[in-house]
Ligand binder design. Structure first.
Ligand code: SF4
Length: 684
C-alpha cells in the first residue's frame, strides 16, 4: 500500500559455484532483481561464511547477453525461433540420425552445473530416446579417477567424511588441492583449525599455495610424482611399524600385495623422482601416522593425471594402512569441484551406471529401469567425454546434445575439440549464455539460471540441498528439465512432469542412496546420502564398521612417469588449474563486474630462476607453446613456483590453457592429464 516500505525479500539458496555448497540468501529488490547476497551464521555447511564468488559473483544472471529465445543456425548466423519450431527441429534431426545411422551415432553431455532433476532427466533422455548409454560430463575431467579408485578400494567413490569435521581434525593432509582458492570456505575452516592449534597440517603441492604458508610440512613434489611420494610415506610407516595392524586384519584384504609394491619405493627413490628430500617424506609419514585421526583432502592435483586412478588408490592405501577410514575426523576426502558434480554422477550422468551407481551391464539393473521407464534399454556401457569427442571428430557420432558444458574451453587440446565439433551433422547446445561451444551449434536452447527455478544440488559431502526460484527468468528461457522433456516428448516419450519436486520423487523411487530424500525433508537442512528411507537421517561418515564393498581392498601401485616428460625442445612442465576469483571457462565469472574487475586477465606463473634464465620480467608478454598449440600471455614471476614448473588457469579464452594441454588419458578412468605436459616459453 501507499507509504509502506517494501523490505528486501530473502530467498535461501545453494551456491552455484563450488562443491562446498554454501547456503546463501539472495536479497531481492522491489524490481524483482538480485541486490546482494548475504549468509546466515549457524547454517551448515558454511556457518555464515562465503567466498568472493558466492558474495559478489551472481550479477551475471541479469546480464543482457543472457539467451532469451531459441536460436536456429542459418548459414553463418543464428535466427530466433519459437520453442515449437526448435523442439520439432531438434527431435526430427536426432530421430533422423538414429534411423539412418543407428543409435550409436548419437551422444549427450550432461551438466555438473545444473540440478539433480535436470541430470536425471538428461540421462533418462539419452538412455530412452537415443537408446544408448552415450552420456557423460565434465566429472570425467575432474574426478573420474576418484570414482574409479575409491569404488575399487572402498566400494563408493565419494567423500568419506563431512565438511563440519574439518574444524576439529587432529591432522589434515592436503595433497593436490589449492583449497583456499578452489573450495574457499573449506579453506577457511582448515586455516582456522590450524590457527587455533587444533590441527596439524601437511601440504603436498608443486606450488607454494597459500595453505603452505601455515603448513607444518610442505612437500613440494614435481607434478606427476605423487605415487612415488605416497608410496615412500607408506614405506616409512611400515618400516617404522606405525601401521594399524588390527584395522588391516579385521577390515581389509590384499595387504601383502600392497606392501610388496610399497617396499620397492624407499624415500630415497621418491626423492629422485619427486625432488622432495627423503627426510621430509619421513617426517610427513610419521606425523600422519602418529595422529589420533588423520584426514586426507585432495582434488585435481591428484586426479588429473594419466596415473590419476593410481594416485587415488595410493591415498586409499595410506588411509587404510593407518586405520583412518570409517571414523569421524579421518577418511579420504576428494573435494568435488562443481556445485553439482557429485549429483550429476549420482544421477547416472555417466556411461556405465544408472542413477545410484547401478551398473548398466547388470541384468538386474537393466530390468529395474526398463520396468520403471517402460522401454527397453541397452546394457552396453556408453562412451566417455573424450571418446565421444573422438568419435565426433571421426564422423562416427553425427548428433550431439551438449547441455550446460563448454568443451571448447574445458577439454584438453582445444584445436582438436573445435575441429571435431565442426564435423557434427547436428549439434544442440543448451545453456544460459552463447558460450564458445554454443557458437558452433545448429540449435541453441535458452535455459534458466539457478536463481530462476527450483531444484537440488548435491555438495561434495554428499548433502542434497535445495536452490530456489528467486528472480524473474529472462525472455522465454525454461528450466533444463522442461527443455529436455520437450525434446523427448517429440521423439516419442510421454513425460508429464509438473515440478522438480515431482522428479525428485521419481529419483528417490529408483535410486536407493536417495531413497529417503524428498523436497519436504530437505526444505531447511539438506540430507547426506546414503539416505535409504524416509526415516533415515542421512550419513555423515561412510564405511563405519564395514566398507561399502565389505572389506577395504588394498591395491599394489607402482610409480609410473607422466605421459609427456620435458625435453630439450619443451624443457618446462606445465600444470593447470583454477583461481579464487574465476570459475572454469569464465562463462559466468567473467561477466561479473566485481570478479572481472579484480582479475581481468590471465597470467602464467613462472619461478624467478626460470624467468631469469629466459630474460623474462614481471608482466612481460610471453609465447607459451607445446606440441599441440601456442598462446600469448603476461608473465607472473613468483617464488610460489618451483624451478622447472609453470602454472596456468583455464579461465581465459584469450589465452586458453587447453590449447596447450595433452589429451593423454588415464587408462582406467579416461581422465586427461591436465596437470603435466611439456612446454616451451619465449619472451615476445
Ligand atoms: Fe560458493 Fe564455494 Fe564460495 Fe561457498 S566456497 S560461496 S560454495 S564458491
Amino acid at each position: 500500500g501507499k507509504g509502506r516500505v517494501r523490505t528486501m525479500e530473502k530467498v535461501r539458496t545453494t551456491c552455484l559455484y563450488c562443491g562446498v555448497g554454501c547456503q546463501l540468501d539472495l536479497n531481492i529488490g522491489a524490481d524483482g532483481k538480485l541486490v546482494k547476497v548475504t549468509s546466515e551464521p549457524g547454517v551448515i555447511p558454511n556457518d555464515g561464511n562465503t567466498c568472493v564468488k558466492g558474495r559478489f559473483g551472481f550479477d551475471f544472471i541479469h546480464r543482457d547477453e543472457r539467451l532469451t529465445v531459441p536460436l536456429i543456425r542459418e548459414g553463418e548466423a543464428f535466427r530466433e525461433s519459437t520453442w515449437d519450431e526448435a523442439f520439432d527441429l531438434v527431435a526430427r534431426r536426432f530421430s533422423g540420425i538414429k534411423e539412418k545411422h543407428g543409435s550409436e551415432a548419437l551422444a549427450g553431455l550432461t551438466s555438473a552445473k545444473s540440478g539433480n532433476e535436470d541430470n536425471y532427466i538428461m540421462q533418462k533422455f539419452v538412455r530412452t530416446q537415443f537408446g544408448n548409454n552415450n552420456i557423460d560430463h565434465c566429472a570425467r575431467l575432474c574426478h573420474a579417477s576418484t570414482v574409479a579408485g575409491l569404488a575399487r578400494a572402498f566400494g563408493s567413490g565419494a567423500m568419506t567424511n563431512s565438511i563440519d569435521e574439518f574444524s576439529d581434525t587432529p591432522l589434515i593432509f592436503v595433497i593436490g588441492s589449492n583449497t583456499t582458492e578452489n573450495h574457499p570456505v573449506m579453506g577457511i575452516k582448515i586455516r582456522k583449525a590450524v590457527a587455533e592449534g587444533k590441527t596439524k597440517l601437511i601440504v603436498a603441492d608443486p606450488r607454494k599455495i597459500s595453505l603452505t604458508d601455515i603448513a607444518h610440512i610442505h612437500l613440494q613434489q614435481k607434478p606427476g610424482s605423487d605415487v612415488a611420494l605416497i608410496n615412500a610415506m607408506m614405506y616409512t610407516i611400515i618400516d617404522e611399524k606405525l601401521h594399524d595392524r588390527d584395522f588391516i586384519k579385521s577390515r581389509t584384504e590384499d595387504y601383502e600385495l600392497m606392501e610388496a609394491a610399497v617396499m620397492k619405493c624407499p624415500p630415497e627413490f621418491a626423492e629422485k623422482v619427486s625432488g622432495v628430500p627423503a627426510e621430509d617424506i619421513r617426517a610427513a609419514a610419521r606425523l600422519y601416522a602418529a595422529a589420533e585421526s588423520a584426514s586426507i583432502v585432495y582434488s585435481m592435483g591428484i586426479t588429473q593425471h594419466t596415473t590419476g586412478t593410481d594416485n587415488v588408490l595410493s591415498l586409499a592405501n595410506m588411509a587404510m594402512l593407518t586405520g583412518n577410514v570409517g571414523k569421524p575426523f579421518a577418511g579420504v576426502n576428494p573435494l568435488r569441484g562443481q556445485n553439482n558434480v557429485q549429483g550429476a554422477c549420482d544421477m547416472g550422468g555417466l556411461p556405465d551406471v544408472y542413477p545410484g551407481y547401478q551398473k548398466v551391464h547388470l541384468p538386474e539393473s537393466k530390468a529395474k529401469f526398463e520396468k520403471a521407464w517402460g522401454v527397453s534399454l541397452s546394457d552396453k556401457p556408453g562412451l566417455t567425454v573424450n571418446e565421444i569427442m573422438h568419435d565426433v571428430g571421426s564422423g562416427k557420432i553425427k548428433g550431439l546434445y551438449v547441455f550446460g558444458e563448454n568443451p571448447v574451453l574445458s577439454d584438453p587440446d582445444t584445436n582438436e575439440v573445435v575441429k571435431s565439433l565442426k564435423k557434427t551433422d547436428f549439434l544442440v547446445v543448451q545453456d544460459i549464455f552463447l558460450t564458445e561451444t554454443a557458437e558452433l551449434a545448429d540449435v541453441v536452447l535458452p535455459a534458466r539460471s539457478f536463481a530462476e527455478r527450483d531444484g537440488t544440488f548435491t555438495n561434495t559431502e554428499r548433502r542434497v540441498q535445495v536452490y530456489r526460484e528467486a528472480v524473474l527468468a529472462p525472455g522465454e528461457s525454461k528450466p533444463d528439465w522442461e527443455i529436455i522433456t520437450g525434446v523427448a516428448n517429440r521423439m516419442g516419450a510421454d513425460w508429464n512432469y509438473n515440478s522438480a519436486s515431482e522428479i525428485m520423487d521419481e529419483i528417490a523411487s529408483v535410486t536407493p542412496i536417495y531413497g529417503g530424500i524428498s523436497y519436504e525433508r530437505i526444505a531447511d537442512v539438506g540430507l547426506q546420502w546414503p539416505c535409504p528411507d524416509k526415516e533415515h537421517k542421512g550419513t555423515a561418515v561412510l564405511h563405519q564398521g564395514k566398507f561399502s564393498r565389505g572389506l577395504g581392498k588394498f591395491h599394489p601401485v607402482d610409480y609410473l612417469p607422466q605421459q609427456e616428460l620435458p625435453d630439450e625442445e619443451y624443457p618446462l612442465i606445465l600444470t593447470t588449474g583454477r583461481m579464487l576469483q574465476h570459475w572454469h571457462t569464465g562463462t559466468m565469472t567473467r561477466k561479473s563486474e566485481v570478479l572481472h574487475g579484480i582479475v581481468p586477465e590471465g597470467h602464467i606463473q613462472i619461478s624467478p630462476a626460470d624467468a631469469g634464465r629466459l630474460g623474462i620480467g614481471p608482466e612481460d608478454k610471453v609465447k607459451v607453446s607445446t606440441r599441440r598449440g601456442e598462446i600469448e600471455i603476461a608473465a607472473d614471476v613468483t617464488d610460489r613456483m618451483k624451478e622447472g614448473v609453470v602454472f596456468l588457469t583455464f579461465h581465459f579464452k584469450e589465452s586458453p590453457a587447453n590449447a596447450l594441454t595433452i589429451a593423454a588419458l588415464d587408462p582406467i578412468a579416461k581422465i586427461p592429464e591436465f596437470k603435466a605436459c611439456a612446454v616451451k616459453i619465449e619472451k615476445i
